[in-house]
Ligand binder design. Structure first.
Ligand code: PMP
Ligand code: GLU
Length: 390
């Protein structure tokens, strides 16, 4: 019955692990969920209040397909203020989450057989979305010793005649890596030489530590701005994963095609959620700063605690809310790889986490620290016990 396309499609492993952990919890099992990348904080009250107001005011009908003008303007103005690059509302599309923006991009960009460069480790949905659009993911290796930074020379070596685009995700899920201006310029130079479209997933851009600040590749000059689609959203920075608002900023031709696609698929993102996202961008930013301080404390704790475990090697991530310890030393007779290890830890330690294999890096595990510090402490204790028992 199913299409070839549907038969090839693999469901999102991050969401699958999350569902499994939540189902176990619902059965009364005391699982600590470090699986999914979802802030544990509640959506800030002023944002929820804006949504209540929208309902009270009857703002509950279709909006323009690509989002209300006020939100598009807020997105463009925020980007201008932070990155110094101007976009018109015609160059902005609001979608049902950043994941939806990415889906739209690949659908309108790729011809059958076009290749898309994806650095390893990668977020789980890029290869599947590329394949769904008829494209072919081309994975570009990076070195753990270099913090998984994409090397311009290695990138160059993977560019063949069918390569059309490059996906960059910084700060990265799963590694937390980000790029400073110089490193970004080196990558951008290669992309420009080969006329690549750059899909710049900046969803963790507000979650940077140690005083680092985010530089968007679109800000490196007009040529790059023309070749880049920036993807972002409110899920991570404003603890709004369930509201499903994300967006893309890019060349008008691309945005127009994505809007047409959206008009034939989902129509507009939820009207009420758009008002809430507008409040997130325009309203007070203090809740974000509070979350960031808390994430930072957890990050420091978790890295140190994991490094004390035998077989775990963990570096301090620069951004996002994941740690990505190297656990290869534990593989061998007992565990064939990250999937078996993750399964063992779920069953024995009742800690849900994601095997590195899901991100193309089997030597690792991904743990999300978007969970209370006390829970993280319990999780590490349980992992330590489970490892001692095996
Ligand atoms: N990009 C990356 C790198 C992510 O980790 C996520 C996680 N959800 C998304 C995009 C999609 O975010 P959302 O659809 O919730 O806006
Ligand atoms: N992006 C988050 C993660 O990697 C949420 C789940 C998903 O959309 O994949 O865990």
């Amino acid at each position: 019955m199913l299409s070839e396309r549907a038969r090839r499609l693999r469901p999102s492993p991050t969401l699958a692990i999350d569902s499994r952990a939540k189902a176990l919890k619902a059965q009364g099992v005391d699982v600590i969920n470090l699986g999914v990348g979802e802030p544990d904080f509640d959506t800030p009250e002023h944002i929820k209040e804006a949504a209540r107001r929208a309902i009270r005011d009857g703002f509950t009908k279709y909006t323009p397909v690509g989002g209300i003008l006020a939100l598009k303007e807020a997105i463009a103005e925020t980007f201008q203020a932070e990155q110094g690059v101007h976009y018109t509302p015609q160059q902005v599309l609001v979608s049902c989450g950043a994941k939806h923006s990415l889906y739209n991009i690949f659908q309108v960009l790729l011809q059958e057989g076009d290749e898309v460069l994806i650095p390893i480790p990668y977020w789980v949905s890029y290869p599947e979305q590329v394949a769904l659009a008829g494209g072919r993911p081309v994975f570009v290796p990076t070195a753990r010793e270099e913090g998984f930074r994409l090397e311009p020379q290695v990138l160059r070596e993977h560019i063949g005649p069918r390569v059309k685009a490059l996906v960059l995700n910084y700060p990265s899920n799963p590694t937390g890596l980000t790029y400073d201006r110089a490193a970004l310029e080196a990558v951008a130079q290669v992309a420009l030489e080969h006329g690549l479209v750059i899909i710049s997933d900046e969803i963790y851009e507000k979650l940077l530590y140690d005083g680092l600040s985010h530089v968007s590749i679109a800000s490196l000059g007009p040529e790059l701005r023309e070749k880049t689609v920036v993807v972002n959203g409110v899920s991570k920075a404003y603890a709004m994963t369930g509201w499903r608002i994300g967006w893309a900023l890019g060349p008008e031709e691309l945005i127009k095609a994505m809007t047409a696609l959206q008009s034939q698929s989902t129509s507009n993102p939820t009207s009420i959620a758009q008002v809430a996202a507008l409040e997130a961008l325009r309203g007070p930013q203090e809740p974000l700063q509070q979350m960031l301080r808390e994430f930072d404390a957890r990050r420091r704790y978790l890295v140190e605690a994991l490094n004390a475990l035998e077989g775990f090697r963990c570096s301090l991530p620069q951004g996002a809310f994941y740690v990505f310890p190297h656990t290869q030393a534990l593989y061998g007779e007992r565990f064939s790889g990250s999937e078996e290890l993750a399964l063992y830890l779920l069953e024995q330690a009742r800690v849900a986490l994601v095997p590195g294999a899901a991100f193309g890096a089997d030597g690792h595990l991904r743990l999300s620290y978007a969970t209370a510090l006390e829970e993280l402490k319990r999780a590490v204790q349980r992992i330590a016990e489970a490892l001692r028992a095996c």
